[in-house]
Design a protein around this ligand. Structure first.
Ligand SMILES: NC(=O)c1ccc[n+]([C@@H]2O[C@H](COP(=O)([O-])OP(=O)(O)OC[C@H]3O[C@@H](n4cnc5c(N)ncnc54)[C@H](OP(=O)(O)O)[C@@H]3O)[C@@H](O)[C@H]2O)c1
Length: 321
């Protein structure tokens, strides 16, 4: 038996007790939302309404954050940057953008105890090494969500589209946290536990690589990608993406991937992609963690991805202006 196995067993038993305590004795989970923007505020309100103890950790120094969801008559007040809230946290839900992750977690590293579960929820890939290196003893999880949220002003958020959330472990300790599926389901269903979250992230990455840069550069809604004009380009793009995610371990044919991409294009036809919105508002995009990540993995596997590369360069050029 490996030396760490008895410890792991104890950890599993504790996690099970923790889960039972939660569900049978109606204890609430203490949750800190790190980066309460559009998606973080949506989860904060929904988790609080499900009976959990939620506080926030934003960049502002205000002790309290007031917010509400459009269409709901009640507004919510959350403690912000509460050291006590952080000390007693069971779960940190990190909802910053991919490129903000290290800057948001770094100042908290010395304050986080090693039992606190860190659940990261951002688009794109490429933050795993940072998390594993800097939080080696914490249960680490990743969630990918297709719920839509938009900040209407400083305190109001609109839930723009119902989606689904996939959740899974990034490390061994994270495997004991499947009970979070129920915690998140209470707030915003459906939530599905993934045995291999890496595969879900690769599929989401593939869809984002196909849709986001094209919609941002052509100033179009997602649905406009279904016009014949974009078909040849989209086909070449998907071919490149498919070869890279296959090499990364997600077995999917080009036809099947094209079907997934087209389904998202149709179901989000009226939406502007997040990259489109970032470019339109002259904000930094998540291109480094979407197409940029794909390029890095393509280089590693020695796969040529010229179309993705050219879209990446064009977005970077706009960002640099
Ligand atoms: N919105 C959606 O519909 C949606 C759907 C699915 C996935 N996502 C993904 O979810 C992630 C977040 O998206 P979003 O739309 O919610 O973005 P957002 O509104 O910009 O939220 C990010 C929040 O993180 C805060 N933040 C940045 N650095 C921080 C730090 N060092 N400490 C504390 N807080 C910090 C930002 O604060 P400031 O306001 O001060 O910058 C902002 O409030 C992205 O990866 C996005 O792609 C979004």
């Amino acid at each position: 038996m490996a030396p760490q196995e008895p410890l792991l067993l104890i950890y599993h038993i504790l996690a099970l007790c923790f889960a039972q305590r939660l569900f049978h004795d109606e204890y609430a989970v203490n949750i800190v939302i790190l980066g309460p923007g559009a998606i973080g505020t949506l989860w904060a309100v929904k988790l609080a309404q499900a009976g959990h103890n939620v506080s926030m950790w934003s960049r502002s120094n205000h002790d309290k954050i007031h917010c509400s969801l459009q269409g709901q008559s009640t507004s919510h007040t959350f403690c912000n940057r509460s050291e006590l809230g952080l000390k007693h946290a069971d779960l940190i839900l990190v909802t910053v953008k991919a490129w903000q992750l290290s800057g948001a977690i770094e100042p908290l590293l010395s304050k986080l105890h090693s039992d606190v579960i860190v659940l990261v929820m951002h688009n794109g890939m490429g933050t795993l090494d940072y998390l594993v290196d800097n939080l080696p003893n914490n249960p680490l999880l990743f969630a990918t969500t297709s719920h839509g949220a938009m900040k209407l002003d400083g305190s109001n958020v609109k839930h723009t589209g119902w989606g689904e959330t996939k959740l899974g472990a990034l490390n061994q300790k994270g495997l004991s946290c499947e009970f979070l599926t129920e915690v998140l389901t209470d707030a915003l269903e459906p939530v599905e536990w993934q045995q291999n979250i890496h595969h879900s992230l690769l599929l989401k990455l593939a869809v984002n690589c196909a849709i986001n840069p094209l919609t941002a550069l052509n100033d179009i809604k997602n649905g406009q990608l279904s016009s014949e004009f974009y078909f040849p380009l989209l086909e070449q793009l998907i071919d490149e993406i498919c070869r890279v995610i296959n090499a990364e371990g997600l077995v999917i044919t080009q036809e099947a991937l094209a079907k997934v991409v087209n389904k998202v294009i149709t179901s989000t036809a009226d939406n502007y992609s997040s990259m489109h919105q970032d470019i339109a508002h002259q904000r930094r995009t998540e291109i480094d963690f979407i197409t940029g990540y794909l390029l890095t993995r393509a280089k590693f596997h020695n796969i040529a991805v010229p179309i993705n590369d050219s879209l990446f360069q064009k977005i970077k050029k706009i960002e640099g202006k």
